[in-house]
Write a protein that binds this ligand. Sequence first.
Ligand code: ADP
Ligand code: ZN
Length: 437
Amino acid sequence: MIDVYHAKDIETMDAEALKALQLLRFKKAVARALETPFYKTRLSAVGISGPEDLKTLEDIKRIPFTTKDDLREAYPYGLLSCPLSDVVRMHASSGTTGIPTVIYQTAADLDRWTDLTTRSLVAVGCHKGDVFQNMMTYGLFTGGLGLHYGAEHLGMLVIPSSSGNTRRQFQLMKDFGTTVVHATPSYMLHLHSCMEEHGYKPSDFALKKALVGAEPHSEEIRQKIQELFGIDVYNSYGLSEMNGPSVAFECDRKAGMHLWEDSYYMEIVDEHTLQEVPEGETGELVLSILIRTATPILRYRTRDLTAIIPGRCACGRTSRRICRIKGRTDDMLIINGVNVFPSQIEEVIMKMPEIGTNYRIVVRKDGTLDKLIVQTEVGPEIFSDDARDMNALKNRIIENLRASITINPVVELHEPGVLPVQEGKAIRVVDEREKKR
Ligand code: ADP
Ligand code: ZN
């Protein structure tokens, strides 16, 4: 395998040099953070009044964590560290409370982000001559515009199709010979489920790769998409607070996502004690962005659960890799006292070939107890009116789930196309109980 890099010096930097670069960049980030009303108060409170107060990377631990609520509190300009006239782009993500968190970028900030997205695309073997159909939503959400610039920079032909309108997506893919798509994994599965109805089959397309991200998905889902389309599928991780896509990206080894450590400082902490966990253990990912001047964010608690994969990747890139995101600290379900992550359920059902491409988890009260309902679509060739066949399948799903999560679920089997499909991030869990927290 020939390894091609976009920025070889940085991508293959040894650990010591990388640490030195991180400290240098972290100091600059602190200097900029002190320009914002929000961090000026936060950092002075712990005795940090200038970059010189950060002598080693260990000193970073003195900086208080930043949360999504903090960012909301700082709305609209509390985290802006340069004159507004230097800002050329803003992105925002609106949470459940409706108060958005806003990220500003200068032209140079955008260039540095483009550099990372280009690097990520190269890592999965994309190149000039590829036709890139970007099925992520364009707009305030960073998924669409995020990879767009990197793909153009690399010289790919970019089709900014955005999300939705499956008929048009198929038409574009066919007429323009799309070789790479970028979409949520649930949208890829949805595309496949309505391919036949639109009169297409996988061999009608020149598709080679799909870059999937923006929502948690299991290894089994990756395998499923790979098999259904006959392509390679790569995992892409990012969040708007840290620019968007290309915080961490798989390389062609598919052995975890390289978190670009020259640009992000990563810590993995126990979500309760907030102490760093040993390498290899799962915890909450905490990130500081080192390459953005207009909106510095330090020690951001992402709520995403992952672990660092020990050791070096065979591709030669030295940025450490993180595991597939297991879920968010806030999406763990407590069902009759048992902790369950939706990802555990997904792993079990997606291993079963009879199960189709869509599923939903519903939790509701049944008297005083909690009831877990797993609704799945079954493949069109499997679905039948024979109640005995369907019951046998149901029982097998129940048994497999019980073996993994120790809970006895109710399983509902549906015909393909019955469960709701979202254009953006999939909503897999519906918790009908009263708000727990
Ligand atoms: P919001 O927090 O409003 O959803 P974003 O659109 O920035 O804002 O989404 C970022 C979040 O999406 C991440 O924190 C993570 O939970 C999820 N996410 C993004 N990429 C992936 C991925 N590859 N695997 C799992 N989860 C992902
Ligand atoms: Zn690698």
